[in-house]
Design a protein around this ligand. Structure first.
Ligand SMILES: Cc1cc2nc3c(=O)[nH]c(=O)nc-3n(C[C@H](O)[C@H](O)[C@H](O)COP(=O)(O)OP(=O)(O)OC[C@H]3O[C@@H](n4cnc5c(N)ncnc54)[C@H](O)[C@@H]3O)c2cc1C
Length: 409
């Protein structure tokens, strides 16, 4: 059988984008090889079943700031195909999108199945062949530069190949066998677990715009964002982003570290004024019934009072000097001992993968093995939560597909 022009290993977001782009730009014989029986399974579960397709951060320079790893290399890529291009790409294919208040982009239908349908139909309409249950075990190259791609039972040959295997370890092994180095894959975008007594009583409390901080030996990691208290600890965009920024260092710490939460961005003096105001003007009111920071919910306020050993029924006028000190201190820097990663949050990606200095980002072609391309999470690129990881899949997939279409077939 004549070799394919392009074999795509992995039927996820990146693989589909590569195949569609190549097909729409003239590449004739394309096959997607998917190891499981399901296509785009991660797209299906993404964004809580809604699929956060991208983020309405239109300017490439601003977009790259959302990638703790790979950002610099991505600037040139985003100058060619960024979030606005993705938005148009899907809308032209009939998938209506919407931008939410926090700039995340979702299908208007709020259904990830519509994203999957859009991609699958686009591929099929261009005669892209799709083979499921074809788990690639081995790839070798013949002296006349044809790739032999084998699963346990079958074999396919192709002139070009793209690895779009996501965070699957098999993809790293295949890349290594073709000469590539792998940056150790580690989790990113995880939540934090703590055994802090009674915190679970605040489970479900969500607070906007909170500064959180992790200090590790010589390095300090900080982030501001929305914080969610869960029954196991902390989650929400602020935590997910911090886990991404500090992914490698937290791994080295075995995910045991101290988290500082700054419930207030006010200075010590400003907080002291607020506390004094309540003492002088609401002296007869119980602590529980008047909070110095309205954004702290009642449940959280009770928890914090307990944590510093203050009786919630105590009157503001009866607060002693050292009790006021404790209150101000916990609002400024509240410490939690984090005992590990929590269960997966909304998103979860792999940091690490194929070394990016071994890939030509103008084409996504390997600098080591000509004819081999990469797209998506298999690369050592990862973004924070908010649609940035899919954006990288679309961009790298589009660039690879365009590059393959420029080759002679
Ligand atoms: C719960 C969850 C929610 C998420 N939500 C979002 C979100 O809303 N927005 C966002 O931007 N990001 C989100 N992400 C991250 C995003 O899903 C990934 O970054 C993205 O799916 C990566 O796409 P990919 O095509 O590179 O890899 P994948 O989606 O992992 O696809 C790789 C495919 O390759 C196949 N494969 C692997 N090895 C082989 C092999 N040897 N042979 C054949 N096939 C193989 C796999 O079966 C898989 O189908 C989420 C992740 C998770 C886990």
């Amino acid at each position: 059988m004549e070799p394919f022009d392009l074999a795509v290993v992995g039927g996820g977001a990146a693989g589909f984008m590569t195949a569609i782009t190549a097909a729409e730009n003239g590449v004739k014989r394309i096959i997607i090889l998917e190891g499981t029986s399901k296509l785009m399974e991660k797209v299906r579960i993404s964004g809580g079943g809604r699929c956060n397709v991208t983020n309405a951060t239109w300017i490439p320079k601003e977009l790259v700031e959302n990638y703790p790893r790979g950002g610099i290399q991505l600037l040139e890529s985003f100058n060619r195909f960024a979030a606005g291009d993705v938005y148009d790409w899907f809308e032209k294919k009939g998938l209506k999108l919407k931008i939410e208040e926090d700039l995340r982009v979702f299908p208007v239908s709020n259904s990830s199945s519509d994203v999957i349908d859009c991609l699958r139909k686009s591929a099929l309409s261009k005669n892209v062949e799709i083979l499921t249950k074809f788990f690639v075990k081995e790839i070798s190259k013949t002296p006349d530069n044809i790739f032999n791609i084998s699963s346990l039972k079958k074999k396919v040959t192709s002139k070009n190949i793209i690895l779009s295997t996501g965070g699957n370890p098999s993809g790293y092994k295949l890349a290594q066998n073709l000469g590539h180095n792998i940056v150790k894959p580690l989790p990113s975008l995880f939540t934090f677990s703590t055994k802090e007594p009674n915190l679970d009583e605040c489970s479900g409390v969500s607070i906007k715009g909170i500064d959180i901080e992790i200090k590790l030996n010589t390095k300090t990691f900080q982030n501001r964002g929305d914080l969610l208290i869960t029954h196991w600890g902390f989650s929400g965009p602020a935590v997910l982003k911090l886990s991404s920024i500090a992914a490698r260092e937290l791994y080295n710490q075995k995910y045991k570290f101290n988290l500082i939460i700054k419930w207030s961005a006010l200075s010590y003096e400003e907080l002291k004024e607020k506390v004094n105001y309540l003492r002088l003007n609401k002296g007869k009111v119980n602590l529980i019934n008047s909070r110095p920071l309205p954004k702290l919910t009642k449940r959280l306020w009770i928890f914090l009072l307990n944590k510093i050993g203050l009786d919630k029924e105590k009157k503001w006028a009866d607060l002693l000097v050292d009790e006021r000190e404790k209150m101000i201190n916990i609002l400024k820097r509240d410490k939690y001992i984090i005992s590990g990663k929590g269960p997966f949050g909304e998103e979860f990606v792999t940091s690490g993968g194929v070394k990016i200095n071994e890939v030509n980002f103008k084409s996504m072609e390997s600098l080591i093995c000509p004819g081999l391309f990469f797209s998506g999470e298999v690369l050592d690129v990862d973004g924070i939560t908010g649609g940035f990881n899919f954006q990288h899949c679309w961009t790298s997939g589009w660039i690879a597909g365009m590059a393959v279409s420029k080759l002679n077939h």
